[in-house]
Write a protein that binds this ligand. Structure first.
Ligand code: DQA
Length: 153
């Protein structure tokens, strides 16, 4: 069993970047905790981050569709960061895989600038979590553990 965690542009800076908005937890910490939790149940969590939209498209295509069936992920957790508000390409890549995904944002995008309130992904996501900081990722993982593998909290 495999899951994919995708983080977009500028999220490599977590911990250093506007900590009042995005918190002090680094991406490495977030990934480490999620990997460990998934591993407890024998599930592999593949983590990718890039500042390049096309690289994210490549990763989603590979893990969601192009890899051998047995190597493909069952579902995706994605924080596309600013690409949320700009990228038809990420939307199309996610749809191409036909893998269910949860959209996560650390901040409450609805309480911020109006340009953050439109997402190219939300209407095709299984769910959207925002405003809960790094715990949002944990909650997305909790959902997939329960929904896909019947592992309850
Ligand atoms: C973000 C929200 C986006 O609007 C912003 O561009 C980000 C991070 C979040 O996690 O809160 O880079 O996705």
């Amino acid at each position: 069993h495999k899951l994919l965690l995708v983080n977009g542009v500028n999220l490599n800076l977590l911990g250093k970047r506007e900590p009042d908005i995005y918190g002090h937890t680094t991406l490495a910490d977030i990934e480490k905790r999620l990997i460990a939790r998934a591993a407890q149940y024998g599930i592999e969590l593949i983590c990718v981050q890039s500042n390049h939209e096309g690289k994210l498209v490549d990763e989603i295509q590979h893990h969601g569709l192009l890899a051998d069936k047995a190597a493909q992920v069952d579902a995706i957790i994605i924080n596309p960061a600013a690409f949320t508000h700009t990228s038809v390409a990420l939307r199309d890549a996610l749809l191409a895989t036909q893998k269910p995904f949860i959209e996560v944002h650390l901040s409450n995008v609805h309480a911020r600038e109006s340009f953050r309130q439109h997402s190219y992904l939300s209407d095709v996501a299984v769910g959207v979590i925002c405003g809960l900081g790094h715990l949002g990722y944990q909650m997305a993982l909790t959902y997939w553990l329960d929904n896909l593998y019947s592992i309850t909290l």
